[in-house]
Design a protein around this ligand. Structure first.
Ligand code: CO
Length: 434
């Protein structure tokens, strides 16, 4: 078993390899393949074996991995962990490049709810998915990642923005977010300059590029920090830390050899409401679960019985208490970094937790010798949500929302606790083997 610091180093490496949700799925696939997981295509017929290890990818950025349990599904149900692969930030517009005052700038659209000011003065670059025609004239999809720093959003000097420390940094989303890419290259049309940049990177022929999904990412690598190196900071900890914890909990030989059918489902599009063919609101997970059941000649009633026996842990990061801002939190529900996974509770069911799933999770924590904390949002602030309520409502299964304490959620640089990551892996593993 890896130490807590080794597990977090593995997480930081995982995030470095995952600058976009499309790369995050590829990083999960790499880990699954090391444990002999087999990729299934949604367009092919499935012939599943007891004990078999499989995964399915939809549209390159959502993934469902599962291990076919040794016992009948009607007796065990599914044991699911859900998380999301996407993080808030900037996405590149379809006609991105403009020349203005001697500079080529890249137009961006905001994805989800980032803390926009944190994107200024960072070493930014581009990563995502591109589609082009290959030599045989077929359309090919490929991942693309620029390792060098390509882009920047320089702040305005304080001499022109004297109020910034009192009023905060406010940026106009249309006028002030375009990112600087280069000085204007004479005799070069901006559109051609940008597509040539992508084509040079891909090595595909001129005029072959068709379309792209491109995210802006921070090239700075993750670090440990604190006098005991007990904290760590990186981009996209919400929610790649939960995807990583669930994957590490699953990938142990003693977990994989299981009576129950274990499922890890990581969705794109959580940060924009989950409504898409690959989001938690879409059909992806229920399609996969039905196909698992029906491949064993289960009836519709058997499938309903299996769901009624099932349990899902929705894992997403939680708001760690930051003592500089005491009034932002309910004083009786301060969750502290390195004090254990957080059970999220909300009477309006923005989190899927209810008292029975809560009791069950507390018991798994006790079995795994892991501390836990309970979180309730301030009553006078709007509470966020997760894939938990959506997924449990769609499938009709019992669910709980948990997550590790995180500082600066949706900043380009978030922080969390080394021991919490270790605890989360431990309790998720306990859930799978209990
Ligand atoms: Co999240």
């Amino acid at each position: 078993m890896l130490s807590a610091h080794e597990q977090v180093q593995d997480l930081l490496d995982f995030i470095d390899a995952s600058p976009s949700p499309w790369h995050a799925v590829q990083s999960v696939e790499t880990k699954l393949k090391a444990y002999q997981f087999v990729k299934l295509s949604e367009t092919a017929a499935w012939n599943l074996q007891v004990g078999g290890r499989y995964y399915v990818v939809r549209d390159d950025s959502s993934i469902v991995a599962f291990v076919q349990g040794k016992k009948a599904l009607v007796d065990t149900g599914f044991k699911l962990i859900g998380a999301h692969t996407d993080s808030p930030g900037f996405r590149i517009k379809p006609n991105p490049l403009t020349a203005l005052d001697g500079l080529f700038r890249v137009g961006v659209e905001i994805y989800g709810g980032p803390i926009i000011a944190t994107f200024t003065d960072r070493d930014l670059s581009l990563a995502g998915r591109v589609n082009y025609k290959d030599a045989d004239n077929s359309i090919v999809s490929a991942l693309i990642k620029f390792d060098q720093v390509l882009l920047r959003l320089p702040n305005l000097a304080i001499h022109m923005n004297r109020a910034v420390n009192d009023e905060g940094l406010k940026l106009h989303k249309q006028m002030e977010l375009p990112l600087i890419l280069s000085t204007v290259v004479q005799d070069y049309l901006p559109a051609h300059y940008f597509s040539d940049l992508l084509q040079d990177k891909l090595g595909c022929g001129v005029d072959k590029l068709l379309s792209w999904d491109l995210a802006v990412y921070d090239t700075q690598k993750g670090v440990f920090w604190g006098s005991e190196q007990e904290f760590f900071a990186d981009s996209q900890l919400d929610n790649l830390a939960s995807c990583h914890a669930a994957t590490l909990a699953l990938l142990n030989d003693d977990v994989l050899d299981n009576d129950s059918t274990l499922v890890c489902a990581f969705f794109d599009h959580e940060e924009i409401g989950s409504e898409s063919n690959k989001g938690a609101e879409g059909s992806f997970l229920s399609d996969v679960l039905q196909r698992i059941a029906f491949s064993h000649a289960y009836s519709a009633e058997d499938y309903a019985r299996a769901l009624a026996k099932s349990f899902m842990i929705s894992a997403d990061m939680a708001h760690a208490y930051q003592p500089s801002f005491p009034l932002a939190y309910d004083p009786d529900h301060k969750v502290l970094v390195n004090k254990g996974p957080v059970i999220k509770i909300n009477a309006s069911h923005r989190y899927s937790t209810e008292s029975i799933s809560q009791a069950q999770f507390i018991d798994w924590c006790a079995q795994a010798e892991v501390p836990y904390q309970a979180y309730s949002h301030r009553s006078d602030l709007a509470c966020g949500t997760t894939i938990g309520p959506i997924t449990s409502a769609k499938l009709g299964i019992r669910s709980i929302d948990v997550g590790n304490p995180l500082w600066a959620m949706h900043s380009i640089r978030e922080s969390a606790g080394v021991f919490d990551h270790h605890y989360m892996i431990k309790v998720l593993r306990q859930f799978f083997i209990a």
